[in-house]
Design a protein around this ligand. Structure first.
Ligand SMILES: Nc1ncnc2c1ncn2[C@@H]1O[C@H](COP(=O)(O)OP(=O)(O)OP(=O)(O)O)[C@@H](O)[C@H]1O
Length: 337
């Protein structure tokens, strides 16, 4: 179990996260929200102003103690793989991977032998004699991850591991990560909901340096509480209060019937709505004005000022930006914000 409280005022970060052994935590959040800073502090590459990081009973740093503790990156057993994860360009893949055990004191021959076995076990044995410049983007990332794992870390921190490589390489890399993730604590930052669904058990959402939402993937992506998590889940978030009949009255006055409301009238509430559930109203409905219309796979996405709907192309014929429109919304589940 990793717990980290990182206070880095120069970067606007004051966040606490925890990640359990054998589980993968996805760190989500807008650009600049502090995800990379958190990982760098856990790895000991950034020294925060305050806070502490522990894995199990090991203290990696404790800057709040009367005698502060600070372990060097190499003593932490945290493998950090960043987007720019630079392999040493003049070394072979094997020597790059052997660098980890060597820096922990293993003799060169032992480190190379151990690393060769390690590369084989990860299905990368064929790359052992190659230089980094000859690797594809996906292979480069696999080797960088293999190098981090060769030091037998307790925690593997992956900073946007699938960004900037092609779709097929990203898919292979996801399978690769999934193959060893259950043996250690993995934290990964991502902007892609697919990574969350395929790899993560838990999610923490950062905004402006603080954790604004956390829970299991199912909790956060089916009942999002922030606009960011809702967008990740492909949903829109309606904020409001519970009306006298248990309906949700949104902040801009939309009334939406609620499914089995558990909240009392007057309480603050949110609901998450999928654009596919929203229909064009035959009569009545929630009035709106069309902002944009875009094709999206087999549907047409109509963005109104208030709501977003995915409708079939035939129903979208004749709709134009600026036109008045009305939407029907099905009963929604409301929950506390
Ligand atoms: N090396 C640095 N020196 C000073 N400030 C930095 C440094 N790196 C990042 N910052 C600042 O710290 C804050 C948090 O940045 P960070 O890179 O941790 O966010 P992030 O969530 O990882 O963003 P992204 O999704 O764009 O990678 C930002 O305001 C950023 O400008």
């Amino acid at each position: 179990m990793l717990t980290a409280r990182v206070v880095a005022p120069a970067r606007g970060v004051d966040a606490t996260i925890s990640a359990e052994a054998g589980r993968t935590l996805a760190l989500l959040g807008p650009n600049g929200s502090g995800k990379s800073t958190l990982l760098a502090a856990i790895a000991g590459l950034v020294r925060p102003a305050a806070g502490a990081v522990t894995t199990g009973t090991r203290v990696l740093h404790d800057l709040d103690a009367s005698r502060p503790v600070w372990r060097s990156p190499r003593e932490r057993r945290v493998g950090l793989v960043t987007q720019g994860a630079d392999l040493f360009p003049t070394m072979t893949v094997l020597d790059n991977v052997a660098f980890g055990p060597r820096s922990q004191g293993a003799p060169r021959a032992d480190a190379r032998e151990q690393s060769a076995r390690w590369l084989d076990s990860m299905g990368l044995g064929g790359l052992a004699d190659r230089r980094p410049a000859s690797l594809s983007g996906g292979q480069h990332r696999q080797v960088a991850i293999a190098r981090a794992l060769a030091s037998a870390p307790d925690v593997l921190a992956l900073d946007e591991p699938f960004a900037g490589i092609d779709v097929e390489a990203a898919s292979q890399l996801r399978t690769f990560v999934a193959s060893f993730a259950s043996d250690l604590t993995v934290i990964l930052t991502t902007h892609d909901p697919l990574d969350v669904h395929l790899l993560a058990h838990d999610v923490a959402v950062l905004d402006h340096g603080s954790v604004v939402e956390r829970g299991t993937v199912a909790e956060v992506l089916t009942r999002p509480r922030t606009g960011f998590a809702a967008r990740m889940a492909g949903m829109m978030l309606l904020h409001g209060t519970v009306g006298p009949s248990g309906e949700l009255v949104t902040d801009d006055g939309i009334r939406v019937a609620a499914l089995a409301p558990h909240l009392s009238a007057g309480q603050s509430a949110v609901a998450a709505l999928r654009p596919r559930a929203v229909r064009l109203a035959a009569s009545g409905g929630i009035p709106d004005v069309i902002r944009t219309i875009e094709p999206r796979g087999d549907v047409v996405r109509v963005h109104g000022e208030r709501l977003v709907a995915d409708i079939d192309p035939a129903s979208a014929a004749g709709l134009l930006p600026g036109a008045s429109i009305a939407f029907d919304v099905p009963p929604v589940e409301v929950y506390a914000p």
